[in-house]
Design a protein around this ligand. Structure first.
Ligand SMILES: Nc1ncnc2c1ncn2[C@@H]1O[C@H](COP(=O)(O)OP(=O)(O)OP(=O)(O)O)[C@@H](O)[C@H]1O
Length: 349
């Protein structure tokens, strides 16, 4: 079931179409990575879904209901727990209160039953059980962000909207927040929409992605579709790159080949290897071994001296960047692996 659907959702500020006929589908249980360049329309979309901005036109269907009432009911900021939890921009915390007190203040204002247990549970869920009694002004950025997530969870919402939650966080804090989000999703079944520029972090938690470009949905795709669209890539270095390239062009029909500035060769489009994904980080599932073996054999049979050979993941990021460049078919077809330079030989790019 889709928890959120938007149909031709549009927001116009003056002459600027901040969100332009956006169609978005978020299913129950998704961690939906919402990706786009600066100014693409992510925050405006999140604000409309949260009921913080009014659409100019189009429809938002939340939990199966549509119309302004659906958003108001789902995201009541007034006196009762809402079905949507929101962390947009900086978490609104009271610095002189402890984390626990901040949570309790919100829980009591919403009339949450068994507020004490609820808040202690949330602290432990976001990994702040030990620091619950400390004043928030002494918290690091990462701790504040996790408290922001806990605050958004007061009242047990079914859908969590997180706008740039990894911004300004160091790797350790990012890892902790990522862990808390995956736990929430897996153990509590909370659906999430996370907007972020930090693609590699998003790729580690999200199972579906929506790429927005100039206010329009350029593409929605699952983790599996993402990997299928990108395929794997193998980077290799030999003592004779030109000869190696010629051999690979001849023997690997259909593969995409490109030469990097350091003379290493990247072979893509031969299937297999997967990028680090959300429940492990390291290459998950298939290792790309058959393709690596295939390439190694070709090079061995052709007496090429291999200096380096590894599976790389960068194509996924390239793919996102290309999609984010525009919603038009050019960007999308390039991202599907078609050559950028029509004169390029053998699909090289
Ligand atoms: N309140 C507003 N008034 C006028 N223009 C606005 C307003 N809010 C957003 N915009 C414009 O709408 C466009 C989309 O902005 P939005 O903040 O939604 O993008 P974003 O994808 O979240 O960008 P970023 O990643 O930089 O936060 C931008 O051009 C922005 O300047």
């Amino acid at each position: 079931m889709n928890i959120l659907e938007t149909n031709a959702l549009t927001k116009i500020y003056g002459s600027m179409r901040a969100v332009d006929e956006l169609d978005m589908r978020v299913a129950e249980g998704d961690i939906y990575g919402f990706v786009g360049k600066n100014g693409a329309g992510k925050s405006t979309t999140m604000n409309m879904v949260a009921g913080l901005a009014t659409p100019t036109s189009g429809e938002i269907r939340l939990f199966g209901s549509t119309g302004p009432d659906a958003v108001r009911r789902a995201s009541s900021f007034s006196s009762e727990p809402s079905r949507i939890g929101v962390l947009i921009e900086e978490p609104g915390v009271i610095p002189n209160l402890s984390a626990y007190e901040n949570l309790m203040a919100k829980a009591l204002s919403l009339g949450v039953v068994r507020a004490r247990e609820h808040c202690l549970d949330l602290l432990s869920l976001v990994g702040l059980a030990e620091s619950g009694a400390r004043k928030v002004k002494k918290f690091s950025m990462g701790m504040k962000q996790r408290l922001g997530v806990a605050l958004a969870l007061v009242g047990s919402p079914d859908l969590l909207l997180l706008d740039e939650p990894f911004n300004g966080m160091d790797p350790e804090a990012t890892r902790e927040l990522r862990g808390a989000l995956v736990t929430l999703n897996q153990e509590r079944g909370v659906t999430m929409i996370i907007s972020s520029h930090v693609l590699d972090q998003l790729m580690r938690v999200a199972n579906r992605f929506g790429v927005i470009a100039r206010g329009h949905m350029a593409r929605e795709l699952t983790e599996e579709e993402l990997h299928a669209a990108c395929g794997n890539a193998i980077r290799l270095k030999t003592t004779d790159p030109s000869r190696t390239l010629a051999i690979l062009e001849e023997r690997l029909s259909g593969a995409r080949l490109r030469v990097e500035p350091d003379q290493s060769i990247v072979v893509a489009g031969v299937g297999g290897a997967q990028a680090g994904s959300r429940f492990g980080g390291a290459a998950a599932g298939q290792s790309g071994a058959p393709e690596v073996e295939q390439v190694s054999r070709i090079l061995h049979d052709a007496d090429q001296v291999v200096l380096e050979l590894s599976v790389i993941e960068r194509d996924i990021e390239d793919y996102f960047v290309e999609l984010m460049g525009g919603a038009g078919s050019d960007a999308a077809s390039q991202a599907q692996g078609l050559p950028r330079d029509p004169k390029a030989k053998g699909g090289a790019r």
